[in-house]
Ligand binder design. Structure first.
Ligand SMILES: Cc1cc2nc3c(=O)[nH]c(=O)nc-3n(C[C@H](O)[C@H](O)[C@H](O)COP(=O)(O)OP(=O)(O)OC[C@H]3O[C@@H](n4cnc5c(N)ncnc54)[C@H](O)[C@@H]3O)c2cc1C
Length: 288
């Protein structure tokens, strides 16, 4: 299989089209809205948390921050859900960071997939949760719970490659606050720390909200809601020159958006990617 890549600057970020030139024997690409895709790599972070790389059977293109719709055929029915893409558009495969919902419809099926197993992926990759390069705001404050870091890893991988190639798109800085209950759930922590130590445009703070279950953890503790004011001050993320991104757990998004609103962030400067909504969100305590 041979790929050619075309890099295009588009509104909202860079898009790289992975256009693959099929050989005669590869011409089995689906004709409908779906691709078959094969699992080519997998790493388990915890019993209910894993990363997976898939190779779709045909060409795809997307902007960092968008999501793909993955599916598994079960009992004659295709079960599908949205998953933010972790990988950069420059990469030839797609990577995801997934949490198992034990009573969920799709994640128990996805969790069974191993190297070589197949799933489906919709050809159309969608989403508006992309890096804001149009507004002129220089600061980008990114908040994530656990798997909500996925679109930010895609931003960072893409920008890192551009930066190394001397093609950093604009005068921007990224500030990332990533929360999980325990440190081993902070997927991509080492990668993000390494890049943050190397480049002038990324600050990364991982935080753990249940340090009593992770006594070896030496880093920041508390939830996003507890730390947001401190880091917004420290990083000088003022409304007017900052775009905020909130991704993951619905209650974190609601609380953090409230804090930012009270600091003067207009609604249209806060992008939100809500992964799921608890059935009875009202009146529920925040998860620790
Ligand atoms: C744009 C977008 C991007 C997304 N990206 C990701 C991603 O990168 N990684 C990822 O893991 N998920 C992501 N999600 C969530 C994903 O689409 C599914 O909703 C999730 O994987 C659960 O699917 P399921 O079929 O197993 O559970 P469902 O059958 O859909 O849900 C069963 C029950 O579990 C609840 N539930 C759903 N998710 C969770 C959860 N995480 N924890 C606890 N309860 C839950 C539901 O409210 C429901 O009551 C994303 C969602 C959207 C809309």
């Amino acid at each position: 299989m041979q790929f050619i890549r075309i890099s295009t600057f588009v509104s909202g970020g860079f898009r790289v089209d992975n256009l693959y030139l099929p050989q005669a024997k590869d011409m089995s690409t689906s004709t409908d809205n779906f691709y078959r895709a094969r699992v080519v790599d997998r790493a388990d972070l915890a019993a209910d948390l894993w990363t997976v790389r898939i190779a779709p059977e045909g060409p795809f293109s997307f902007v960092a921050g968008q999501y793909a719709t993955l599916g598994v055929e079960n009992l004659g029915k295709r079960v599908e859900r949205a998953y933010s893409i972790v990988s950069s558009p420059y990469e030839p495969e797609l990577e995801f960071f997934i949490e198992l919902v034990s009573d969920g419809e799709l994640t128990p099926l996805l969790h069974q997939l191993r190297h070589g197993n197949e799933l489906t992926m919709r050809r159309a990759i969608k989403g508006r949760f992309t890096l804001d390069l149009q507004s002129g705001r220089k600061r980008h404050l990114m908040l994530a719970t656990v798997t909500g870091v996925a679109p930010y890893v895609s931003f960072v991988r893409t920008l890192y490659r551009d930066w190394k190639a001397g093609q950093f798109p604009a005068d921007i800085e990224l500030f990332l606050l990533h929360a999980a209950s325990r440190s081993w759930e902070l997927g991509y922590r080492e990668e993000l720390q390494k890049i943050a130590s190397e480049v002038p445009w990324l600050q990364y703070v991982p935080t753990v909200s249940r340090p009593w279950e992770d006594p070896a953890w030496q880093g920041e503790t508390g939830r996003i809601e507890d730390l947001l004011r401190k880091y917004a001050d420290m990083w000088e993320c003022e409304p007017g020159e900052t775009t905020a991104y909130l991704c993951g757990h619905a209650l974190m998004i609601e609380s953090a958006a409230g804090i930012l609103k009270r600091r003067g962030f207009p609604k249209d400067t806060m992008l939100q990617e809500l992964y799921w909504v608890p059935p009875k969100q009202q009146g529920k305590a925040l998860p620790s």
